[in-house]
Design a protein. Structure first.
Length: 442
């Protein structure tokens, strides 16, 4: 029995998906579990396997088509089966696929037959049919009959070059039998052209500029989404960035201890980024206007911390959400953050995990960035940028002492809060990170 193949719904927030590539074509035998096609949401790529064995009878949507979730995209059955009742309403098989039995093809649009060019002499009046305007003008200047020209334009149309080769005033060519030679044609063209054009033609032309080498790359769906979101963010928000730094001695020592203990005590691989995420999740609840969404006429303050974690992937930036981060231990945050990042990297992330964040952390420290201005993910009210560690010098008991300083860049929406409360968050976060062991105990 013929069975439909539908576009899956990957997450409750996804309304449609874009088909990437069909791995099978109409008429191919398909086994259960074999991959049929790939498709993508705003930020993820998936592959759809066949749910049963059979023959691929029809494909209703092709590559790059945006298909509503749960819509029929293909039919699997046995050769010769009637599947017209399974076809999406108003659809026909995608280009290059077989037509459904009993489904009439769309009526071909009638195309007018080319009208043979009928050329009248200029004396007959204006606008001779089948003669281009430039050909008429050239014929008038040369005082020749365009009807005598041999048409070479589309649909039997006489164009300028056809007129330029006609003998002027009954003149014959200089070739055998009065045929026009290339020299005669060149002279006719010079006589037909305006003086200015002749001067330009005679003047030596400069060397043609080198052709620029470039490649046009079509934007991916995720790149379009990122572009739209970032443009909306910068054009609709009053964004301002404050930068501060803290002494990273404490967290570097803790990281070293945990790394050494990991091999002996099965301690998870806690990174500096995990430590930053944990600290943010504990400090942020004390600053509700930052742990919030700005919604034009109101601010939605979140009771818990749903932490967005910016992840660089081959397909573009993704920001999965670490839900209820303020209720999780350092070990749990470390494990879940790595799992989210891995799912983003391989394209298997659930779209529902790419939304709902109340605040975001973006870490470029591993790339050696000393300062940057992170862009807020609307409608969030803030985002924290994490910079690299640099050696700085300070005075301790009258002596110049070097210490490792890590920079933090906080971008906030000035519509949601002012500079002083934003700076207080940054100050408290720096203090918490400098005394991270105490934060763990608390």
């Amino acid at each position: 029995m013929a069975t439909v193949v539908i576009m899956p719904r990957q997450g409750q927030s996804v309304e449609s998906c874009i088909i990437g590539e069909w791995y099978k074509k109409v008429g191919d035998r398909v086994e259960e579990g074999e991959l049929l096609f790939s498709y993508e949401t705003d930020k993820s790529v998936f592959e759809e396997p066949a749910k049963l064995a059979g023959t691929l009878l029809a494909i209703f949507y092709g590559a790059n088509d945006d298909v509503p979730c749960l819509e029929t995209v293909a039919v699997i059955g046995e050769p010769g089966e009637d599947y017209t009742h399974l076809a999406p309403r108003g659809s026909i098989p995608a280009e290059g696929t077989a037509s459904a039995p009993g489904v009439s093809e769309p009526a071909a649009v009638p195309v007018a037959e080319p009208v043979p060019a009928t050329v009248a002499p200029l004396s007959a009046g204006a606008a001779a049919r089948g003669i281009s305007p430039r050909a008429r003008q050239a014929a008038q200047r040369l005082r020749v009959d365009p009807a005598a020209a041999q048409a070479s334009g589309p649909n039997g149309r006489v164009i300028e070059r056809d007129v330029l080769v006609l003998p002027k005033d009954g003149r014959t060519g200089t070739g055998l039998g009065g045929r026009l030679t290339e020299a005669d044609k060149a002279m006719a063209a010079v006589e037909a052209a305006p003086a200015a054009a002749v001067a330009v033609a005679i003047a030596p032309s400069p060397a043609a500029p080198a052709v620029a080498e470039y490649e046009d790359v079509k934007l991916t769906n995720i790149r379009k989404v990122i572009a739209k979101s970032m443009q909306q963010s910068l054009s609709t928000m009053a964004q301002l960035t404050h930068t501060s730094s803290f002494d990273a001695t404490n967290i570097l020592a803790l990281r070293k201890q945990l790394k050494a203990a990991g091999e002996k005590m099965a301690v998870p691989n806690i990174t500096l980024n995990d430590i930053l995420l944990f600290a943010v999740s504990r400090v942020l609840p004390k600053h509700p206007d930052l742990n919030a969404h700005f919604l034009d006429d109101r601010i939605r303050r979140f009771k818990g911390v749903n932490l967005g974690v910016a992840v660089d992937t081959p397909r573009g930036l993704m920001v999965p959400t670490l839900f209820h981060a303020d209720q999780k231990s350092l070990s749990q945050i470390s494990t879940e953050a790595k799992a989210l990042a891995a799912a983003c990297q391989d394209g298997s992330i659930n779209p529902d995990l790419l939304q709902g964040a109340s605040f975001t952390v973006s870490n470029l420290g591993a790339l050696g960035v000393e300062h940057f201005t992170p862009v807020i993910n609307p409608p969030q009210a803030g985002i924290l940028g994490v910079n690299c560690i640099t050696e700085r010098v300070r005075t301790v008991e009258g002596q110049l002492t070097a210490y490792p300083a890590m920079g933090l860049s906080l971008t906030y929406d000035h519509r949601a809060l002012d500079g002083a409360p934003a700076s207080r968050f940054l100050q408290e976060l720096c203090t918490a990170l400098e005394n991270f062991n105490a934060l763990l105990i608390g």
